[in-house]
Design a protein around this ligand. Sequence first.
Ligand SMILES: *[C@@H]1O[C@H](CO)[C@@H](O)[C@H](O)[C@H]1NC(C)=O
Ligand SMILES: *[C@@H]1O[C@H](CO)[C@@H](O)[C@H](O)[C@H]1NC(C)=O
Ligand SMILES: *[C@@H]1O[C@H](CO)[C@@H](O)[C@H](O)[C@H]1NC(C)=O
Ligand SMILES: *[C@@H]1O[C@H](CO)[C@@H](O)[C@H](O)[C@H]1NC(C)=O
Ligand SMILES: *[C@@H]1O[C@H](CO)[C@@H](O)[C@H](O)[C@H]1NC(C)=O
Ligand SMILES: *[C@@H]1O[C@H](CO)[C@@H](O)[C@H](O)[C@H]1NC(C)=O
Length: 369
Amino acid sequence: MTGKLLLATILCLMGGQALGDAILEGNYNVTAVCTAVKVGTQLGSIESCQTYYVCQSTGPVQSSCQSGYSYDYKRSSCYPSSEVDCYWGVENPCAGKNNTWVPNTAVCGGWFYCLEGKSAGSGNCPVNQKFDTTTLACVYGTCSNTQGTNETVLESLCDVVPPGQYFGDTESCSTWHYCESTSTGLVLQSGKCSANNQTAYNVLANQCTYESASVCSRVTNIPLSDAAVSCSTNGAKSADPKVCGTYYVCTNGKNVATYCPTGDYYDDSLGYCVSRQVATPVAGCNRCQYATSTFVNAVDSNNCSTYYYCNSQGEATLNTCPADTFFDESRQGCKSDDDLSTYVPLNGACKGATAEGSEETDNSTTDAE
Ligand SMILES: *[C@@H]1O[C@H](CO)[C@@H](O)[C@H](O)[C@H]1NC(C)=O
Ligand SMILES: *[C@@H]1O[C@H](CO)[C@@H](O)[C@H](O)[C@H]1NC(C)=O
Ligand SMILES: *[C@@H]1O[C@H](CO)[C@@H](O)[C@H](O)[C@H]1NC(C)=O
Ligand SMILES: *[C@@H]1O[C@H](CO)[C@@H](O)[C@H](O)[C@H]1NC(C)=O
Ligand SMILES: *[C@@H]1O[C@H](CO)[C@@H](O)[C@H](O)[C@H]1NC(C)=O
Ligand SMILES: *[C@@H]1O[C@H](CO)[C@@H](O)[C@H](O)[C@H]1NC(C)=O
């Protein structure tokens, strides 16, 4: 097992360096993160608990802990596996654990409950929460990838970059970040260099300096990781694609999840929260949230014919009305298109819908995807 891992490590290293390719672990571009940290910094892996990367001036060099040891990115060293909270790619995340929770890294917000080295149950954090690997508890926040993919996803740069160390960004030369240890886990803090024309964050010097081609060479305009919820325009708002009542406000380079008052949805075209029935939230978000009925309109600006069945957990299953009908949420059924024009103004989910289907909004729906 270890031999195989080591061999894979060596092959991967050779391949990576010979071709000059970036080292990628899913959405985690190790090469890019290395350009944003000080030379010598070690980064964790999200594919294996034994693996880590040493950032050299030529890029990341993969390395591995000896058998029985795991890499602890928070302490930048290998420790006996039982002393390291690492769950990436491990066969039994409950090994050596008793009466505690550990993350299920394959599922957003997923956890296992461990008893005497074995999983004694599994589950998911409530909506709008994710499992924090530091506190081993559910905390507020959304997963970057809510689709149930099998791929390991880097949710936060603070899962691989050692805490307390400043690092730069690949989208803006001014932006700096560091991972702060708090009682609720590691939190990504970000800011911008702005004083006296010294607007570049200089990774080597670990300070704000004047901009120059070499200081800013890391800027590729590719986000450090699409998961790292970085943003550039302070105050800019964006809708959560899945949760109608949640949106994000860009604050110091970081998208901060913000929740509408109970019963309200974030209306993307208005840019603020309005009551559920009149709001036009982003297409595809789950309108079972705050619903008091079993069947609800899906956001459908075409012909208002799609609707969800909401189960008792608030999960939505998409359905479609028969031809020449639309879904009427107050009547809990499909109604003749004759009444659609009076329904639309009172029900934001169907804004823009017509019996013939609205070509214009068809267009914008395609654009959004
Ligand atoms: C990874 O980062 C490197 C260095 O910034 C960049 O050249 C490369 O295009 C990136 N690869 C992907 C797939 O984003
Ligand atoms: C594991 O935890 C349970 C519950 O706290 C306890 O009853 C049991 O004795 C523990 N087993 C071991 C081997 O420590
Ligand atoms: C995970 O991958 C397997 C095999 O590729 C596939 O059959 C399964 O549906 C996937 N599960 C999810 C949740 O994507
Ligand atoms: C900043 O740059 C501007 C324009 O290049 C210049 O006029 C100004 O004197 C500079 N300020 C400092 C503090 O260097
Ligand atoms: C609504 O529009 C879609 C896409 O144009 C079409 O496939 C569907 O048949 C229409 N449904 C109704 C009930 O009119
Ligand atoms: C519809 O799509 C076409 C081609 O993609 C584009 O030129 C046009 O502006 C779009 N119309 C609207 C209303 O978005």
